[in-house]
Design a protein around this ligand. Sequence first.
Ligand code: NAG
Ligand code: NAG
Ligand code: NAG
Ligand code: NAG
Ligand code: NAG
Ligand code: NAG
Ligand code: NAG
Ligand code: NAG
Ligand code: NAG
Ligand code: NAG
Ligand code: NAG
Length: 831
Amino acid sequence: MLRRQLLLSLVLCFSRSLVAADNSSSLSYDVFQYVDPLIGSANGGNVFAGASLPYGMAKAVADTDSDSNQGGFTLDGSNITGFSTMHDSGTGGNPSLGNFALFPYTSCANDTVDGCVYPKKARKIPYVNGSVQASPGYFGLTLQSGIQVDMTTAQHTSLFRFQFPATRASSPLILMDLTDLSDSRQDNATITVDESTGRMTGSGRFLPSFGSGDYVLYFCADFKSTAKLRDNGIFVDSRASADVKHLKISRSINGYPLPGGAFVRFEAPPDDTILARVGVSFISSDQACSNAESEIPDFDFDATHSAAVSIWREKLSPIRVSREGVNSSLLTSFYSSIYRTMINPQDYTGENPLWQSSEPYFDSLYCIWDLFRSTLPFLTLVDPSTVTRIVRSLIDTQQHLGWLPDCRMSLCKGYTQGGSNADNVLADAFVKGLTDGIDWEAGYAAVQKDAEEEPYDWSNEGRGGLLSWKSLHYIPVQDFDYLGFGTMTRSISRTLEYSYNDFAISQIARGLNKTADAEKYEESSRYWQNLFKKDQTSYLNGTNTGFVGFFQPRYLNQTWGFQDPLTCSNIDTSGRACSLQNDGAETFESSIWEYQFFVPHDMATLVTLLGGPSQFVRRLDYLHDQGITYIGNEPAFLTVYQYHYAGRPGKSAQRVHFYIPSYFQPTPDGLPGNDDSGTMGAFVAMSMMGLFPNPGQNVYFITPPFFPHVEIRSPLTNRTATVRVKNFDPTYRSIYIQSATLDGRPYAKNWIDHSFFTEGKELVLTLGRNESSWGTRPEDLPPSLSTRGGANLEARWSEDMPSYAVGTHHVRDHLSYHARALRGKHFDIYT
Ligand SMILES: *[C@@H]1O[C@H](CO)[C@@H](O)[C@H](O)[C@H]1NC(C)=O
Ligand SMILES: *[C@@H]1O[C@H](CO)[C@@H](O)[C@H](O)[C@H]1NC(C)=O
Ligand SMILES: *[C@@H]1O[C@H](CO)[C@@H](O)[C@H](O)[C@H]1NC(C)=O
Ligand SMILES: *[C@@H]1O[C@H](CO)[C@@H](O)[C@H](O)[C@H]1NC(C)=O
Ligand SMILES: *[C@@H]1O[C@H](CO)[C@@H](O)[C@H](O)[C@H]1NC(C)=O
Ligand SMILES: *[C@@H]1O[C@H](CO)[C@@H](O)[C@H](O)[C@H]1NC(C)=O
Ligand SMILES: *[C@@H]1O[C@H](CO)[C@@H](O)[C@H](O)[C@H]1NC(C)=O
Ligand SMILES: *[C@@H]1O[C@H](CO)[C@@H](O)[C@H](O)[C@H]1NC(C)=O
Ligand SMILES: *[C@@H]1O[C@H](CO)[C@@H](O)[C@H](O)[C@H]1NC(C)=O
Ligand SMILES: *[C@@H]1O[C@H](CO)[C@@H](O)[C@H](O)[C@H]1NC(C)=O
Ligand SMILES: *[C@@H]1O[C@H](CO)[C@@H](O)[C@H](O)[C@H]1NC(C)=O
């Protein structure tokens, strides 16, 4: 239950504390009823649906043989191949992890160990439809063989409970397979089974699912039953023997690893139950065993489960919304989305074999190109201490491997998709005042290196084309780059992303009083303008769209190349995915049409360049209305809110409701795309709260929440921020803010900064059915880089402005700069 801060109420105006004291009891309900981990477990959501702690390394679930089993389980009627402990959530790329699967049999044919079917492709069986159950810290289903399997986890250990059908379990056998989801096992995996206890230990070397190199994972499996252990041994292919206790198995020559592993066989258990505890470690089998022994000492399923439940309750506690009039399917969407933001990244602290450090180590940052946009800014609100530890881990990784990652999984470097987007993550944390234990000088050195030094292998880290970037001030198509190597595509999206990365760096520099650096990187953050071709047109189905001026590729000799602005868009009929392989283009996974809006730091200049606010709004409408953008991929997120920069916050609200709930249903197949470590979830959660970030900046766009009342407690300060809606309309026809107050005083800006959360302020929004003039004036808009100046406005803004965290005073300047530059301009917001 949330309690309002008495102290806070006292310092605020009296009427507010009266209002604030009301319905807090209506917020005290159990959110678990609204958390459904199966959302996104079908139709390419690739969500991990199993049992995990928040950021846990052990993630237990049933694995299927579906084509989109990236997260292990898929609720699509596919066959179950096993039950494994390591997973990722929502990722693209190949299926991740899924190592060392267990598989149970009630008995083997003819009561001989050769009578069980060992290879993964042959042993797989369906699960019973309707038997699947999932909740935070728990997953279970029943196999067609009648075996009910449920599971829970601690940080590095899974506990599986196999319950056999009473009549058939004459001599149950459980195998452990030296495999993973994508059959990536490399040379010489080993497994040893202890004759007297049945303990299995060993390791295997596997490939990461979207990166370079390989990783070794160790395991330690113990079994517990009321029955006597009958025998144990190893299997290879389809043959097994109780006489052999150790197996070292190579990779096969045709790429598909030879099936191999170990088994334990029991007498018939009086209670029909066998428990399997699987510890994992990246350090050693010994550490896997000691993790398991310390985390789940007594094989106590209920105790392990309830410990997981308590941790989840605490993690989900900072946000509560009132439910009056709200469709419960929206509540399920909301809280399940929040839940999914805490599956990945994974906390591997103490499990990093690559270097010695006392800093935290996080992995499954998969990928930061996605994470920076929503998951991490959201976690900064509800779990800032974890984001602080993630930032420390990023900096520590840079110090030991030389570079900040852009993607990281399974101890390996993932592929860069565009910019060096950890720069944005560090800037976001910096401007929001995260400090605890973060060495910001080291953080600054890390982001500055991204901007200054080209890595030899920039497909894994950093940026490519820096010679051209520094001399030509853009990334050319068909660049001549002999300093480093990477995929020579995406020249437009890389130019846009590098520009934003430099703005991110400039903010940290400003906050650290590195003024010359700040100015330098602000300057290079303008380089995106160099790819804007003022006379470029765009045709759709052979008809001129009428919009003139688009980004275009540019050669080394500064002449223009050409890419149709709709290429790689959602309506590009060529079917190109425009990803890293084969079908690369000058924009990554999306079109020039969509990337034209990616100037998050200088929207004022962009709006001007695209013909002023009304033309800008027409373009943004066209992007959404023609289906050029697709909300199932992350670059679309910000375009939902960019109407705010044209003085049309009401249109952002319309767009939010256009996409939610239609594209985000609380069903297994309800996500529009793969969740990418909770990014879709964070998009939904923050959109429904009515406060969406411009990630990397101290800016949240205000739109009406989907609930009459939202409370967000800052775990750092224990203060509770409140958004309260007057004239709340559960049919969402009244979604236009008519007026607002902040802590009782009129508030006309269409955005708010992070102090809203840390200082526990109260925003009251009065809604109506039509757009109003609220948030539409030049001085109401979020800050932009280009429009600096405005000394006479400074005083007024300073008065209103909250105190910023270290490093953000310049944002205040940007505000007033923006306001002055727009003053006096024709500002035709309603055309
Ligand atoms: C408080 O909640 C009750 C029902 O739970 C509702 O009838 C009442 O209108 C609410 N009051 C306010 C001010 O929202
Ligand atoms: C189980 O459900 C899936 C769809 O989720 C369906 O394809 C399959 O046919 C069902 N199986 C049975 C046995 O009903
Ligand atoms: C599941 O595997 C069985 C063989 O065990 C096969 O007959 C069946 O077609 C498979 N089902 C699916 C959905 O792949
Ligand atoms: C079981 O035994 C029967 C009779 O000896 C034999 O035909 C059959 O192949 C055996 N099945 C297996 C799976 O070993
Ligand atoms: C795998 O084992 C074989 C046989 O012992 C050995 O020759 C080879 O070097 C090993 N490979 C690796 C990568 O350890
Ligand atoms: C609640 O939302 C669901 C899913 O969008 C919808 O099917 C249902 O009709 C809604 N219920 C009400 C009462 O509006
Ligand atoms: C930067 O300079 C200002 C003004 O001199 C000072 O208040 C602030 O503490 C300095 N910040 C850092 C990080 O040195
Ligand atoms: C373009 O053509 C496609 C396919 O024929 C059609 O579905 C779409 O509606 C057309 N769009 C416009 C704006 O004409
Ligand atoms: C510039 O370079 C492009 C690509 O190499 C080439 O096609 C074009 O002819 C060049 N233009 C000039 C004016 O040199
Ligand atoms: C916040 O409240 C919790 C629980 O009441 C307490 O443990 C913690 O110390 C408080 N933190 C701050 C910053 O006051
Ligand atoms: C909203 O706008 C419509 C059309 O512009 C107008 O007819 C209607 O009266 C307005 N409603 C309110 C509540 O102002």
